[in-house]
Design a binder for this molecule. Sequence first.
Ligand SMILES: Cc1cc2nc3c(=O)[nH]c(=O)nc-3n(C[C@H](O)[C@H](O)[C@H](O)COP(=O)(O)O)c2cc1C
Length: 317
Amino acid sequence: MENFWTKLPKPFTVLAPMDDVTDNVFRQVVLSAGRPDVFFTEFSNADGLVHGANGIPLRKLNFTPDQHPIVAQIWGTDPVNMEKAARIAAKLGFDGIDINMGCPVKEVVKKGAGAGLIGSYSLSEKLIDAVKKGAGGLPVSIKTRLGRNENIAQEWVTFLLKKNIVALTVHGRIAKQMSKGEASWEEIGKIVKIRDRIAPETLIIGNGDIKSYAEVLKMQKKHGVDGVMIGRGIFGNPWVFVKDLKPVEHPKKDYINLLLRHIDLFKNTWGESKNFAILKKFFKMYVKDFKGANSLRIKLMEAENFEEVRRILWSLD
Ligand SMILES: Cc1cc2nc3c(=O)[nH]c(=O)nc-3n(C[C@H](O)[C@H](O)[C@H](O)COP(=O)(O)O)c2cc1C
């Protein structure tokens, strides 16, 4: 079936879902630096979406029209609510629905969700079927890891690929590793071979530790993935999605301008309702690697409101 996934260039790039980071505001900042081929929302809890009409889970599904194609990522263990959540996301105008089957955070795994689903074949099957039903024809994808406490990727991914999903993102670590050690792209390469055999139509998106567009191309060439998802690489280089093989050295003023844009978008989108402290965690992404960066960052961290931050930044030469 035709959908946005089938029209993407190869290799395509995806901004990874990162909870409390890649919100509507951050995605607009990324857009102004360099567009990924696909956006994902942060993961949004299905039970919360169904029961809490205007709460945080729904806020996580805000997006602006220029973010298409954008995929809503949902998580949960109740097939009924997952179906309803997919229906809610479809109504909001998303281009696809992704099921989180890889989150290693204790509170999520304890509930049997996220990476807690890895190896849980019967429940996972019910959830996938339910989300497909709720998605009403929108493409359904899955994001997962190589295993929970050990690597069971061969068996796990074979099962997922037999579920006829449009795309599968594989973060090349097991859940127990959290973000430690190196992501295994060799293992991702093995998954591509399984895909070739049993589900040639499903796109494989590799994920883990990618920091540049040159690495995106390298991983496609070496391991045969269709797309590459980048998460933390955006913190090191906000221009990581610019399809340029020669990395451009951005001057301090580019970083400061991007930070100013982030602050304005943050204030205009969330108002004072979202804690000012949440904004502060982004300062280190923009204020680094230039002369005076440390003292400037300290000054910004001590600021008490948006106006003060703006004043400090405007007074820079
Ligand atoms: C702060 C943070 C929040 C994350 N939240 C999510 C999430 O909501 N859903 C998800 O599937 N993965 C989440 N992840 C995992 C990333 O999407 C990605 O798989 C992981 O960071 C590895 O890719 P990277 O090395 O490019 O960052 C999160 C990662 C980080 C660092």
